[in-house]
Ligand binder design. Structure first.
Ligand code: MG
Length: 203
């Protein structure tokens, strides 16, 4: 399983971190050891004092493909969920300043929380899927796939031009504004529409 993530895919989030708007999708990866599932705890790593949650729609690939055209991309999606792209923001800032890869700040153990899957046929319109991140009972991020700079089909097409997509690969599609720091004891929950798909306790 490969895990692809898109950065800066929502204008409001790119602006809150003072990042320029990208001309093409900003893609990075996480290793399979980054995954935690619904109900598992998230452990703040000892190398960061500023770990952020990033709530995102996550797509699961259901068919192998390479150089997938946008108009056929929807056929390659078999499920969707809410996920968290945990980020060691202090380490990422250091790596960015020094023009180094983000891997250490984005791909550490536990950095990819994945909710329970919903079959994609429940979502005939991929361009109007709402989701939200709830921290300690309060909504801190509200997103909708209509606000993506690069939509799901575009991301699949773009990524598949560089990497063969395989059954089970995951695609994190970017986070809207409202990211923030975590501390031990926090409880994070993620929803698509009214369906709670992910809960994790921060340790
Ligand atoms: Mg992200």
């Amino acid at each position: 399983m490969k895990i692809f993530c898109v950065g800066r895919n929502y204008v409001d989030h790119a602006k809150e971190l003072n990042n320029p708007l990208p001309q093409q999708p900003v893609v990075f990866t996480k290793p399979p050891t980054a995954v935690i599932r619904n109900g598992q705890d998230f452990y703040i790593p000892d190398f960061s004092k500023n770990v952020h949650y990033e709530g995102e729609l996550v797509i699961r690939i259901g068919k192998n493909g390479k150089n997938i055209a946008e108009k056929f991309a929807q056929k390659y999606v078999d499920a969707i969920t809410f996920g968290l792209d945990f980020t060691a923001r202090d380490l990422q800032d250091y790596l960015k300043e020094n023009k180094l890869p983000w891997d250490l700040a984005k791909g550490f153990d536990g950095s990819a929380a994945v909710g329970d899957w919903l079959p994609i046929d429940q979502f005939p319109n991929l361009h109007d899927i709402s989701f939200r991140t709830v921290l300690n009972g309060e909504t801190v991020q509200n997103g909708n796939s209509s606000l993506m700079m690069f939509n799901i089909e575009k991301i699949i097409s773009f990524v598949s031009h560089y990497f063969t997509l395989q059954v089970g690969d995951l695609l994190y599609t970017g986070t809207p504004a409202g990211v923030g720091a975590l501390k031990a004891g926090d409880v994070l929950e993620g929803y698509i529409g009214e369906e709670k798909l992910l809960r994790t306790v921060v340790k």
